[in-house]
Design a binder for this molecule. Structure first.
Ligand code: FES
Ligand code: FES
Length: 182
């Protein structure tokens, strides 16, 4: 069994660990380092439950080898914010009821953070395109889109943006796309 010594900076904390060549990043995070907010669903890059930010980009950690991440920075859902200092995306999901069981939520939020860092004012269609690799079996997606738009509005307000409407009415998910895709 070949092992490798690697370093990961997770949510700002440096970790040295020894992993096998075959160890997937999601298992290094969950089982070696205890970041269990990163979920495992399909293990085949389809559902997005395992999404983390790797050097700032959203990746599926179930199909990324831990050794590929050697020296990288990783952000997991635990790094977004705590109970008293929510990241805007967490507030957005809370205020717009963007989750039900919550299994997809860590991956949804990190994919959305990646989107908002690249595009601070996405259209609903752009949000749907961004999250198309993240599946949710509960919400029907409309409330997730609303949550991302809510976060975009908060971030624009914080940045002193103009034309911000924090009282915006978001459409409800009633009778929307039936959960078959974003
Ligand atoms: S568990 Fe990684 S994409 Fe489904
Ligand atoms: S909230 Fe249940 S899978 Fe998305």
């Amino acid at each position: 069994m070949t092992t490798h010594d690697i370093t990961l900076t997770v949510n700002g904390t440096d970790h040295d660990l020894e992993v096998e060549s075959r160890t997937l990043l999601v298992y290094a995070l969950r089982e070696e380092l205890g970041y269990t907010g990163t979920n495992v669903g399909c293990e085949s890059s389809l559902c997005g439950a395992c999404t983390v930010l790797l050097d700032g980009d959203a990746v599926k950690s179930c199909t990324t080898l831990a050794v590929q991440a050697d020296g990288a920075t990783v952000e997991t859902v635990e790094g977004l914010g705590g109970r008293d200092d929510f990241h805007p995306i967490q507030t957005g999901f809370q205020e717009e009821h963007g989750l039900q069981c919550g299994y997809c939520t860590p991956g949804m939020m990190l994919t959305s953070v990646d989107l908002l860092e690249e595009n601070s004012n996405p259209s609903d269609e752009e949000v749907r395109e961004a999250i198309e690799g993240n599946l949710c079996r509960c919400t029907g997606y409309q409330n997730i889109v609303n949550a991302v738009q809510n976060a975009a509005d908060q971030m624009a307000a914080t940045d002193g943006g103009e034309d911000v409407d924090l009282t915006r009415e978001y459409p409800t998910g009633d009778g929307d796309d039936g959960g078959e895709g974003a």
